[in-house]
Design a protein around this ligand. Sequence first.
Ligand code: COA
Length: 165
Amino acid sequence: MAGVTVRQVTSADLPHLEERWPVPGDVHAAHLRAQEHAAATFLVAWSGDEPLGSAKVQWGGPVGAAARDAYPEAVEVNHLQVREEHRGRGVGTAIIAAAEELCLARGRRQVAVGVGLENDGAARLYERLGYRRTGAVDTSEYDWVDADGTVHHEVEQDELLVRAL
Ligand SMILES: CC(C)(COP(=O)(O)OP(=O)(O)OC[C@H]1O[C@@H](n2cnc3c(N)ncnc32)[C@H](O)[C@@H]1OP(=O)(O)O)[C@@H](O)C(=O)NCCC(=O)NCCS
């Protein structure tokens, strides 16, 4: 995508990333910590020095138990999000393409994403990119903090979609 680069975040990027894209709950730092333990690669899409979106490429297999049982060898791309004002312009597609390139470079040919059963928009995007539904569904529970500091508890059912590269 013209003018957009997707690259691995370094600890030197963190202060700038947090300033330009404040996310409650210390999420950027948590992704970076996972990367420092070699469990994941934290990708951010940039237009110049403006962060547009991000994802985590998780090397050790899917997080959900059903997904992990069915596809233990898959690399899972999770926490994909594009900032609201930058959606619909190919940034998500560019992040997925970068994640797939990383997988190929490491000789990993099976890529997976967990998509909320209600998240038709994201499922449409993945299916267009060649991901196929697997029927492996996991329940995930997580807390997130909104801009007012209110903690929200979410329970979500995610289906694993998989692509062979
Ligand atoms: C899903 C998401 C990452 C897509 O990023 P994006 O940069 O808008 O994606 P692209 O521009 O490459 O592709 C556009 C496609 O994304 C999907 N999409 C989902 N939600 C969308 C939204 N709010 N705005 C635009 N596209 C959206 C659609 O399939 C769209 O294709 P369409 O125009 O044919 O309907 C982004 O909408 C997002 O961050 N959503 C909230 C978090 C989320 O659902 N993450 C996915 C978890 S599996």
